[in-house]
Design a protein. Structure first.
Length: 469
């Protein structure tokens, strides 16, 4: 895989304001770093000191469909993710991190806005983020960052409003997939791999890397079950192929991080690695995602790597959420998030872990939400909602038109398969009230706008395996 990235020539096309710049295709050269990790060792004081730095870049890698418990750093027995394990070893791992939906568009709208799905208003296939939404790229651009986003999932396309604040927001040009690379999800027909994404990112860094930058990469190869002969080490069953794809993606991310070290970016770049949702493997009869909001579809990783090493790496055990990601990053940079959002900065938890302090208090309830009819044009909303509180998880869903409620205790039942609803009706009722109160909330800008999708867009989304009208 690394050799392929070294051998290809990659074009990069960027647009700023009304000027279109065409970058020359060139050979991307990745020099092996003399020190695999050139970053200095630092303490909690250095974390606080990030706010005063004017040279800090941000690399945000979003791995689509990455389930936390399939990573070694989250306790998985298979060695699926040595690169991500290395990131956590010298950085921060958030042990109980909740995505706000199990469907990419809804989840990413919450992540970018810091608002729960009912408050972002992005819960249906035709919803669009309004101009009134203030996204992190807008804040960073105003602060002097060059902002670039590379995506391969059509649910985060510019036509849905996800390009706000980006100087450049584009799909990397796909290349023919090599013969030793397999795409083993039969519903998928998407060309290219995340090697295209990384190569385009390296070309951007070659041209603009010495400016201050924010680079967002939305990686799709785990979603598409992509792997090669080298990463095909876990077997041929459904979940095995998923693990093979994680191993492949982990190696692709490793190439990018090696380049940061080789070119001197590791000491002035904040690296954030997260996911939009997980993946189910028939634990409850469902496969895939965008169906329910159980733990297997919503418990995702979140890792931070600073421009220095922490020894040992930190673990934040408190319940955290994707709506907290950007308030945290902005706080680390000394910037303010939009007012009135649901997310909050996790910097206090990070500093407490770094200084060996006690947890900062009981976890507040956290929400995950999916409209079960998100892709059905003529059907009413059927919300399935999860409320995670401590070790408890309440889940409300619809079976046809009947509301079904479940209650799980992850401390006693880590896989959350034993329904305690009948045994603890008081807790069920209390968490039901939290869910119902949440569903009564609304976006600060009113109803989100919608748009008609043309047949080309619908076919592209169908090619990702989604059932859309």
């Amino acid at each position: 895989m690394a050799r392929r990235l070294l051998e290809r020539r990659w074009p990069w096309i960027a647009a700023t304001a009304a000027i279109l710049l065409v970058f020359l295709s060139t050979l991307v050269e990745i020099r092996a770093p003399s020190d695999p990790d050139p970053r200095p060792i630092a303490t909690a004081d250095a974390i606080e000191g990030l706010r005063g730095r004017k040279d800090l870049n941000v690399l945000f890698v979003l791995v689509d469909t990455l389930r936390a418990e399939h990573l070694g750093v989250y306790g998985y027995e298979r060695d699926t993710s040595p690169t991500l394990g290395g990131v956590a070893a010298g950085g921060v791992r958030f042990a109980r991190h909740l995505a706000q939906s199990s469907w990419t568009k809804c989840s990413m709208a919450s992540l970018w806005t810091g608002l729960y799905p009912a408050r972002s208003g992005i819960t249906r296939f035709d919803d669009v983020l309004p101009d009134e939404a203030r996204l992190p790229a807008e804040i960073l651009k105003e602060a002097g960052f060059r902002t670039v986003g590379l995506y391969r999932n059509g649910w985060v396309a510019p036509t849905f409003g996800f390009d706000q604040g980006f100087d450049v927001y584009t799909r990397p040009a796909p290349r023919p997939v090599p013969k030793d690379v397999r795409i083993d999800n039969p519903t998928l027909q998407v060309r290219g791999t995340d090697e295209d994404t990384v190569a385009a990112a390296l070309e951007f860094l070659r041209v603009y890397g010495r400016e201050r930058w924010f680079l967002y990469l939305h990686m799709m190869d785990v979603h598409e079950y992509v792997y090669d002969d080298e990463s095909a080490i876990f077997g041929g069953e459904y979940a095995d192929i998923y693990d093979n794809a994680i191993r492949w993606e982990d190696g692709t991310i490793g190439i990018l991080l090696e380049h940061l070290a080789a070119e001197g970016y590791a000491t002035n770049t904040l690296v954030v690695i997260g996911a939009d949702h997980g993946e189910a493997f028939r634990e409850r009869g469902f496969e895939g995602h965008a169906r329910r909001v159980y733990r297997e579809e919503t418990e995702v990783p979140l890792l931070l790597s600073f421009p220095f090493r922490l020894e040992p790496g930190l673990v934040v055990d408190a319940r955290t959420r994707n709506v907290d990601v950007w308030p945290t990053i902005l706080d680390l940079l000394g910037l303010s998030p939009p007012p009135g959002i649901d997310g909050r900065s996790l910097v206090p938890e990070i500093l407490a872990a770094a200084r060996g302090g006690s947890p900062l208090g009981a976890d507040a309830p956290a929400i995950a939400h999916l409209d079960q009819n998100w892709g059905q044009r003529n059907r009413p909303p059927y919300p399935t909602v999860a409320v995670a509180e401590g070790s408890l998880r309440y889940v409300s869903a619809y079976e046809r038109t009947v509301r079904v409620e479940e209650l799980f205790d992850g401390q006693q039942d880590p896989r959350e398969l034993e329904d305690l609803a009948a045994k603890d009706p008081a807790t069920l009722e209390r968490l039901r009230k939290v869910a119902d109160a949440y569903l009564e909330s609304a976006p600060p800008w009113g109803r989100a706008p919608t748009r008609d999708l043309d047949e080309l867009e619908l076919n592209q989304l169908r090619a990702l395996g989604y059932a859309v009208p």
